[in-house]
Each structure stands twice: as C-alpha cells, then as structure tokens.
Design a protein around this ligand. Structure first.
Ligand code: NAD
Length: 351
C-alpha cells in the first residue's frame, strides 16, 4: 500500500509516519513544507528505511502536488498538513486560511484529478483521509460530549479554518464522489510535540526554572489523547471507515489545564528531585481571547464500529511523555530558538 502523508514532519504526522513505516510496512511518502513546526529530526528513525521518502513541498502549490501524485501513484492520502497553533492564529490568521483552507482545496482538487485517471480497481482502493480537530465544535458547558452530529461552532481563526476544510472535504465526497473520510480528534500529547504547545512548554520551562504560564484560572478542560493512539486510529479510520463519514477520536481523559500542569510538576519532582517543588513556578496569565471552556469527545462510533480503543490513560501517557523529554534533549534543544518569545508573545501579559 502506497500512502502520502501531508504534514508528516509535524507532531501527529510524524507519529503516523513512524507507525505506517515501521508497524504497518506501508510505502510512505511524507509531503511537508517544513514550516517552523516541521522537523526532519522527528522522522530520523524512518529516514533511512527503504519504504519511506520525503518531499519538501507546499500543499498550496498545485503543480508540485500533482507531480508528487503522478510520480508516487498513491493508494491513499492522509492529510495532516496545517497551521495548528491557536495562539498564532489569533495574531496572524492569514497563514491559517491559506494552508488550512486553500491548501486543503488544492489537495482535494489534485486528488480528484488523479483519482479520475485511475482504473476501476484503483478508484475503488483509493482513500482520502482528512484529519481534523474537535475544536470545530466550539465549547461545551459542564456536561455533554461532542458527537459526530454536533453542529460546528468554531471560536478561533484556527478552528474556523479547520471547520472550513472539513466542509470542503465532505463536499468533495458528496459532489465528486472522491472517497473521503474525516476524523475529528481531541488534544494530543506525547513525544516530538513542538515546544510552543502546553505540555512540552510546561515540561521544558520547568526544567529551566522558568515561569509555567497558565491561561486564566486554569479551569479549561481538554480531553487528552496520547499521539500514538491517535496514529493507530487514523490508519484504522482510513482502512475501515465508511466513505463520507466522520469519526470522533478521543481518549476519555478530561483534565483541567491546571491539573495537567500540576501533574507534570509532580512527575518532575519525582524524576528530578533536587531543588524546590516545580509548582512554585506556576504563573496565571491573561486568558486567551475566545478561549473555549471545555472539550470532550464521544468516541463511541469509532470504538463500536471500528473496534478502536486508546491504550494509554492520561497517567501512563504523561509519565511516558515527561520521560521522553528528559531523555531527548538533542531533539528539543535546537528548537528553542524557533519558539522562544513566540507563544509567550500572547502569554506574557499578566492579568
Ligand atoms: P504540527 O503543527 O505539529 O504539524 C503541521 C505540519 O504541517 C508541519 O510539519 C508543517 O511543516 C506542515 N505544513 C504546514 N503548512 C504546510 C503547507 N502549506 N504545506 C505542506 N506542509 C505544511 O501539527 P499537528 O499537531 O501534528 O497536527 C496535525 C493535524 O492534526 C492538523 O491538521 C491539526 O489540525 C490536526 N489535529 C491536531 C491536534 C493536536 O492536538 N495537535 C488535535 C486534533 C487534530
């Protein structure tokens, strides 16, 4: 099986590429622009394997995308390339509209042309998996869960651009018959996560004795999923999911942001016991504008229809993650110049 993974040098994309190349044994082509968030080092364990190749290209570049389709002849596209950081979308939405909306359109349309040119068996086999987020559903109150039929109600430029791309993907299935499946996942965490995101930021700031910024009062709730569980879910959805359908992916691990930060501090206190407790560094900062209060996923459809189950709980996954950052300084050290001062540009203002 030949699979193109867009955004395969990013956090989730690289976990998916590692899974496909090493566990599934697929022929994989990673197509990635290598923005600030893309990192070839995240693919170092597969880079020398014969069933992986890498092409640096922008999904908005139609002729580059078509050339990759025509030369690689994929059976599937797993589309993860995106601008993904909510804070950056607030200070600069243009890149999000360009990559997430225009880029997805470009990819869908190039896939349609390619798919139309396949023989009957190739057309039957082909799949376009569009990977998205639960943030398209907006915010929950204290109760309730997002299901696949929850109405879209995005709050940030990031989630609005992802919502637009989901609609395009489904429209390409309904209008042109392109074999599309869509997944909407909750917040991921795990190894190779770019250090501007909450969990790696807290781990690395704590290690450096820097403030641990927490938005508002820290009561916002996210439903955390270990990235390798997500990677397995994505391949399963592309393999067995029904065309034109959406599948929600989530680990049933709702945790308040402040509790995520305290858990990391407690783990670091155990693993690096020297000095004062790490939670002394917690600093509450002005809340993000449009900050959704709670996300929680109902993954029943994925669990019952496709038999998926998360293997990690938040306790096991976060312990693995903290350990990974302690043992892989050579991966995160060179990235520090790429995010210092960026995320903190929004976070710096204290209430
Ligand atoms: P990421 O920011 O870590 O990686 C994105 C990758 O896309 C990078 O390698 C980047 O270089 C590449 N890219 C960006 N613009 C591109 C372009 N124009 N052309 C080609 N490549 C481009 O993101 P992530 O956290 O790995 O998320 C991957 C996908 O999963 C995104 O679509 C995101 O919306 C979705 N998602 C993320 C989460 C999460 O918690 N991180 C949860 C649910 C869904």
């Amino acid at each position: 099986m030949r699979i193109i993974v867009t955004g395969g040098a990013g956090f989730i994309g690289s976990a998916l590429v590692r899974h496909l190349v090493r566990d599934v044994g697929a022929e994989v082509l990673t197509l990635d622009k290598l923005t600030y968030a893309g990192n070839r080092d995240s693919l170092r364990s597969v880079d020398n394997l014969p069933n992986h190749r890498f092409v640096q290209a922008d999904i908005c570049d139609r002729s580059a995308v078509r050339e990759v389709f025509d030369s690689f002849r994929p059976d599937r596209i797993y589309h993860l390339a995106a601008e993904s950081h909510v804070d950056r979308s607030i200070t600069g939405a243009g890149d999000f509209v360009q990559t997430n909306v225009v880029g997805t359109f470009t990819l869908l349309d190039a896939a349609r042309t390619y798919w139309n040119g396949l023989d009957v068996a190739g057309r039957e086999r082909f799949r376009f998996l569009h990977v998205s987020t639960d943030e398209v559903y907006g915010s929950l109150g204290e109760t309730g869960l997002f299901s696949e039929t929850t109405a879209y109600d995005p709050s940030s430029p990031y989630s609005a651009s992802k919502a637009a791309s989901d609609h395009l993907a489904i429209a390409w299935q309904r209008t042109y018959g392109l074999p599309v499946v869509v997944s909407n996942c909750s917040n991921n965490y795990g190894p190779y996560h770019f250090p501007e995101k909450l969990i790696p930021l807290i781990i690395l700031n704590a290690l450096h004795g820097k403030p641990l910024p927490v938005y508002g009062d820290g009561s916002n709730i996210r439903d955390w999923l270990y990235v390798e569980d997500h990677a397995r879910a994505l391949h399963l959805i592309a393999d067995k999911g029904r065309l034109g359908e959406k599948y929600n992916v989530g680990g049933r691990n709702e945790v308040r942001n402040i509790d995520v930060v305290r858990r990391i501090c407690a783990l670091l206190d155990q693993m690096r016991p020297k000095g004062a407790p790490h939670d002394r560094l917690i600093t509450f900062v002005r809340d993000r504008p449009g900050h959704d209060q709670r996300y929680a996923i109902d993954a029943t459809k994925l669990e019952t229809e496709l038999g998926w189950k998360a293997q990690e709980t938040f306790d096991t996954g976060i312990a693995k993650t903290v350990t990974w950052y302690l043992e892989n300084e050579d991966w995160w050290r060179p990235l520090q110049t790429r995010y210092d001062g960026q995320r903190l540009g929004v976070l710096n203002e204290t209430p």
